[in-house]
Design a protein around this ligand. Structure first.
Ligand code: ADP
Length: 267
């Protein structure tokens, strides 16, 4: 593997608990170098999944957290001025395409559409990346693949992917895992017993029922891992749940009461 990508290698196995047949499906998609879209709410395991798959496939992983200030140059690269004059520096997308990494564009909807379109020529059978500023056409390495994450809950008319972007990807749906699987994950990641993890998952399930009835998003697996970690560090369960599960997701006093009482039902 090229030296430039050494730091992007996933050397230790990232713990990932499969929920359905996503591992096999992703392997087939990678074999075809199909661009992939991981869809689902925040904190339900999309990033962990792609890390695990990069490790399993033995490919380096270049991750970009997308935001609305990001420009095409942030992905492609730019000329930099240094003591010797100007030199070109590849952006993360160009580096991944050139050297053969999996490029994970996290929360792609956050990026502006004029930024998003730079991935188009890489995600059809051309598999090229034109660097207009440099006057170069980069041919993607055979190992290169684009993966994007997408939270359908955040979509609005102003913020959505164009059909011309969406239709370049195969998609896998992610959601909060079933009770038993999520309990196992929370126990493993948070370092608590399954009895504690089971209660935390029950609290989350109550809260998830309130989505759309005063809550924009449910309590995620990530939040449960935080709560479990605090409990594992001897924070009293009620305080841990308030801090990690209730306070972050709502400022509404009634909703906080409702969630607090869900916590006291189980702890
Ligand atoms: P997303 O990318 O969907 O926002 P993450 O992949 O960062 O979410 O998941 C948040 C945390 O939840 C992870 O760090 C991990 O601890 C835990 N997690 C969620 N789903 C799984 C899973 N299926 N296997 C292992 N850990 C998981």
């Amino acid at each position: 593997m090229q030296d430039e990508l050494r730091e992007y290698r996933v050397t230790a196995e990232p713990y990932y608990q499969p929920v359905a047949d996503e591992v096999e499906l992703y392997e087939a998609a990678y074999a075809a170098r199909m661009p992939m879209m991981l869809k689902g709410p925040t904190g339900c395991g999309k990033t962990r999944f792609v890390e695990h798959m990069a490790w399993k496939l033995g490919k380096p992983l270049v991750t970009v957290a997308c935001n609305e200030d990001m420009t095409a140059s942030d992905l492609l690269g730019r000329y930099l001025l240094d003591a010797e004059g100007t030199r070109w520096q590849d952006g993360p997308l160009t580096m991944a395409a050139r050297l053969g990494a999996i490029c994970y564009l996290d929360e792609i909807v956050e990026a502006r559409q004029d930024t998003t379109v730079v991935i188009h020529p890489l995600t059809d059978n051309r598999r090229v990346l034109p660097l207009e500023k440099k006057g170069e056409m980069v041919k993607a390495h055979p190992d290169f693949q684009v993966v994007i994450s997408y939270n359908p809950g955040y979509q609005s008319l102003m913020k959505d992917l164009k059909q011309s972007t969406k239709q370049r990807f195969g998609a896998l749906d992610f959601d909060y895992p079933d009770h038993a699987t999520e309990t196992r994950i929370v126990a493993h990641e948070g370092g608590v017993g399954e009895d504690v993890a089971d209660k935390l998952v029950s609290v989350a399930e109550r809260a998830r029922n309130l989505k759309g009835h005063g809550l924009d998003e449910g309590i995620s697996t990530r939040m449960l891992v935080y709560a479990a970690t605090l409990i594992g560090k001897n924070v009293a369960p009620l305080a841990a749940c308030r801090m990690a599960l209730v306070r972050p997701i709502t400022d509404d006093p009634d909703m906080r009461d409702a969630l607090d009482s869900a916590v006291t039902t189980f702890f």
